[in-house]
Design a protein around this ligand. Structure first.
Ligand code: AMP
Ligand code: MG
Length: 329
């Protein structure tokens, strides 16, 4: 059975009128943040692919310089090295992401934890090199205090930020604003599996996105989403992992155990107007697992889909908000 999810923003599956003028399909792609990005868009006349690529790359580079966990010269690395009690001034985008990360940490009871830097490194998901003994006091993120007026954050001492579970989503939102400013009214933008769309295609169709079952697993009923001015993010154990003693360990870590999450959950996809929030929630719901994750999704009104491995088969669980979008055919 095929299931078609149509968010409320696209009532009854009837998309609005496409943008006027002669539009050309442009497909470009590249690498950033240790992963790939891709863009499909219909460009207005006069806008070249090179101009679009240059803008996308310059914005991505800016965000990498601010929030990379891999670069010693990023603003994030500067925060991580700061002395206990130091107020570290941050660029606007980094401040915005950290503010959202701390809010989502609060909302998810710490399942999303932006201070897992040393745990990420210890498990081999960060930069290579010697790493200090692994001690991760849960809830250290609570001690990071933000000052919006000064746009600064206080390093409580030993808080090692890693924003990898939210920064890709933010990058999607950030680049999307730039595409809007270029007058591109119809696009599908993706960074490392986090997607956002704008408008409809010239034929009036929305951008359709397939929620794929993990490689090697039988489809559990295909789910296709009409993505319209909306974002979808997926955290999955098959996208990035390390092998330890023959065991495949996912790169999502449980802040309580400071170890990779072990669960039958293969992936979680979350829809949200902001790719940044969809990204962070997808990671948090992976940590919580299907049962607690569904409860939280329903409390927050989040459209979320959980794919579980059960006896070699896939099982799909959907939050109430996701269920409400389904139009089965
Ligand atoms: P994502 O691809 O969005 O699922 O993010 C995964 C990455 O986020 C990992 O490679 C880690 O760097 C980091 N991470 C892992 N577990 C968590 C967590 N519980 N909260 C926040 N960040 C995490
Ligand atoms: Mg994420």
């Amino acid at each position: 059975m095929r299931q078609v999810a149509i968010p409320n923003s696209l009532p009854g599956g009837k998309p609005p009128t496409p943008p006027p003028g002669t539009h050309r399909l442009l497909s470009i792609a590249g690498e950033t943040m240790g992963t790939t990005w891709s863009l499909e868009c219909f460009t207005p006349p006069g806008l070249t692919g090179d101009a679009v690529r240059a803008l996308v790359e310059s914005r991505l580079d800016l965000l990498v310089r601010q929030m990379s966990h891999w670069r010693g010269d990023s603003d994030l690395a500067r925060f991580n090295r700061a002395d206990p009690g130091a107020a570290v001034s941050l660029p606007a985008e980094f401040f915005h992401v950290l503010n959202a990360a701390l809010q989502i940490a609060q909302e998810t009871g710490g399942a999303f934890d932006p201070t897992l830097g040393e745990v990420v490194n210890a498990w081999g998901f960060g930069p290579p090199g010697p790493h200090p003994e692994l001690i991760h006091p849960p809830g250290r993120w609570r001690k990071i205090l933000l000052d919006p007026a000064a746009q600064s954050a206080i390093q409580p001492g030993g808080a090692i930020l890693d924003l990898s579970a939210i920064a890709k989503g933010f990058a999607v939102d950030h680049v999307a604003v730039q595409l809007d400013s270029l007058g591109i009214g119809s696009y599908l933008l993706e960074i490392g599996g986090e997607l956002k769309s704008r408008g409809v295609k010239p034929d009036g169709q929305p951008w359709w996105v397939l929620i794929e079952p993990p490689p090697g697993m039988p489809p559990a009923g295909e789910i296709i989403i009409a993505l319209y001015n909306n974002a979808v993010a997926t955290s999955g154990d098959y996208r990035r992992y390390v092998e330890r003693a023959g065991e495949r360990l996912p790169h999502t870590l449980d802040p309580l155990t400071a170890a990779p999450v072990r669960s039958p959950l293969a992936s979680v996809s979350v829809l949200h107007a902001d790719a940044m929030r969809a990204d962070a929630y997808a990671t948090a719901l992976t940590v919580l697992g299907a049962a607690r994750g569904l409860t939280l999704s329903d409390q927050l009104g989040l459209p979320a889909v959980f794919l579980l491995r059960e006896d070699g088969r896939m099982r799909t669980l959907k939050s109430r908000a996701f269920q409400a979008m389904l139009d089965e055919d």
